[in-house]
Write a protein that binds this ligand. Structure first.
Ligand code: ADP
Ligand code: MG
Length: 572
């Protein structure tokens, strides 16, 4: 039998990629156009995908990573070859480190030329480069493999511990034609991309026995718990156990920060004094001082229950007495069931001690948050924003910087799950505008990005993206004229400024005006409050240049201890 090619209906690589993504529920692509993916981006839009086009791949990548965190579906970033791919790679590594499902799709040059290193346009063995920083990496060479290749990328990103996946699409693949019916049949809809991991019943009993023996238990909630979207059960577990809890930065809001059991304002007390600590979706990494040392109690005096989907997270830094390997939704449900109705709540004495300590600290802080000083300090400015978030719990907070990050984390209360998005596990600068775009696009909610002036600089050009898509994003730049502080001097007396200072009296608000957005300078907490409230009311892209005292702030915020110090005496 011969095929009549004149009447045969054809499809091609472009359409198969789009059809495969759509079949799997992918709706949004974070993108920077260019060779060889310009037409792919255009066709994606034509075929009904939402294509959000950025000015730099790193920000498209960060947007995709946080889209994954917010939706439990892989956020997809589409870039050009070598340089665009490399620009997106930081975000892919970030997604992997933070356990966010993401797929970086990059176009690439022709295999035949790349592999013989004959100097193709943007020649690079991207697959080999990507492998070391992501959870999985694949390349598709034939149109008939697009369906299975994309299915594999989706499953790898979402299943088990989520992470970043790289998908390499050589230019030639996109134009490959194949029979449309056969093409359709080759597509794969992933069934149950993140299968439940049911914890072993013995591991649940072991955890409950340990919890029952505790005099001073503590629950630590991490962003894995927020990602799992088991919000009601997590709240029920905390409340029916009567145990104080500490939310890690992005787990804030799983229960409202003003909850009676919230121990944030008594962090050092609970970490030192707890006898049994239950970690839910939080790693004992540097952010928790690796579970040892002076932040914690005497060695051996504290026992840990660790709930995580990744078995090799157990015993990563210290021995875990009660490892529970499972997904958080299934595990928390099993623990609740095991506790039953007759569960004896944690000793009231302990909760009372923690509450008193936390309340004393909150009371001490309160007057500083009411100050209306000019120039503003961090407490005055963040006090104003704190009151806005209290009125608008639906608003998403994006936060990066050094002092701006550390102070905002402790001052601004969050009262709904997944409303605080920040620098994450690496403490990186640059997530700001990418996160703000994706948060607005994925949730339809207003976003306030609270940014140090240095942090803002990494992604500042993306305010054009925010204006272009008319997103309800209000960027507040905490402008103290420098990194940490704006006061450093060049010790040689030379004309160059010190490496940590910026142009004095910069007008970041004018940048926003350049793209048709609203730009305002605020010099007092009252002005700041007014400007942000107006932005929320109008929904218009807004940048508030919040002028902060250049003397406010400390070196590296709260992690100054991580700076190595020279043993040679300072010159100036
Ligand atoms: P934080 O920085 O907030 O402490 P981490 O990123 O260190 O949080 O830890 C998140 C943990 O959550 C990771 O170890 C990851 O394996 C785990 N995790 C992510 N999703 C799930 C899930 N659905 N079920 C169980 N564990 C999860
Ligand atoms: Mg600064």
């Amino acid at each position: 039998m011969t095929t009549d090619t004149a009447t045969q209906e054809l499809t091609d690589g472009f359409h198969l990629i789009i059809d495969a993504l759509k079949l799997n529920g992918i709706e949004t692509i974070y993108h920077v156009p260019g060779i060889p993916v310009t037409d792919l981006g255009r066709l994606m839009q034509a075929e009904g995908l939402r294509v959000i086009s950025f000015r730099h791949e790193q920000h498209a990548g960060y947007a995709a990573s946080i889209a994954g965190y917010l939706t439990q579906k892989p956020g997809v970033c589409l870039t050009v070859s070598a340089p665009g791919f490399l620009n997106g790679l930081t975000a892919l590594a970030h997604a992997t480190t933070n356990c966010f499902p993401m797929i970086l799709i990059s176009g690439s040059s022709e295999r035949e030329v790349v592999d013989l290193q004959q100097g193709d346009y943007e020649e690079m063995d991207q697959l080999a480069v990507a492998k070391s920083v992501c959870k999985a990496a694949y390349r598709i060479l034939h149109a008939q493999d697009i369906g299975i290749g994309i299915a594999r990328a989706i499953r790898a990103a979402c299943s088990g511990r989520p992470g970043g996946v790289y998908l390499d699409l050589p230019a030639k693949l996109m134009g490959q034609a194949m029979d449309a019916a056969a093409g359709k049949k080759s597509l794969v809809k992933v069934v149950d991309p993140a299968p439940a991991h049911i914890p072993a019943p013995a591991s649940i009993s072991r955890a409950l026995d340990l919890l029952k023996s505790a005099k001073k238990p503590l629950i630590i909630l991490g962003k894995g718990a927020a990602y799992a979207q088991a919000d009601a059960d997590i709240k029920a577990l905390v409340e029916s156990s009567g145990i104080p809890y500490l939310p890690m930065s992005m787990a804030k809001g799983l229960l409202p920060d003003n909850h009676a059991q919230c121990a944030s304002a008594a962090r050092s007390t609970v970490l030192k004094e707890a006898d049994v600590v239950m970690l839910i979706g939080a790693r004992l990494n540097w952010l928790l001082s690796h579970g040892k040392g002076k932040t914690w109690g005497a060695p051996g005096s504290q026992k840990f229950i660790h709930i995580d989907i990744d078995p090799k997270e157990m015993d990563s830094n210290i021995g875990i007495a009660a490892p529970v390997v499972g997904d958080i939704a299934s595990t928390v449900a099993a623990i609740l069931k095991g506790m039953g109705a007759g569960w004896q709540k944690a000793p009231a004495e302990w909760m009372k001690t923690v509450r008193e300590k936390a309340d004393a600290n909150i009371t001490k802080m309160a007057p500083r948050l009411q100050n209306n000083n000019v120039p503003m300090d961090y407490h005055g400015a963040l006090g104003a924003l704190k009151r806005i978030f209290a009125e608008r719990p639906d608003v998403i907070l994006v936060n990066e910087g050094a002092n701006t990050l550390d102070f905002a984390r402790s001052i601004i209360d969050i009262s709904q799950p997944r409303k605080r998005l920040d620098v994450g596990t690496w403490g990186i600068m640059g997530i700001g505008m990418g996160y703000a775009v994706a948060a607005a696009v994925e949730t339809g909610k207003p976003v306030i990005a609270v940014e140090g002036d240095s942090a803002f600089g990494f992604s500042g050009m993306e305010i054009e993206t925010i204006c272009r898509y008319s997103l309800p994003v209000c960027v507040v730049v905490f402008n103290n004229g420098g990194i940490y502080r704006g006061t450093d001097k060049n010790p040689t007396g030379g004309a160059d400024p010190a490496p940590t200072v910026f142009v004095k009296d910069s007008r970041y608000d004018l940048m926003m005006q350049a793209f048709g957005g609203v730009g305002v300078t605020a010099t007092s907490p009252d002005e700041l409050s007014r400007a942000v409230k107006e932005a929320l009311a109008s929904g218009k892209p807004t940048l508030v240049n919040a002028v902060i005292d250049e003397n406010a702030g400390t070196e590296s915020g709260r992690i100054g201890n991580l700076n190595p110090q020279s043993v040679v005496a300072k010159k100036a």
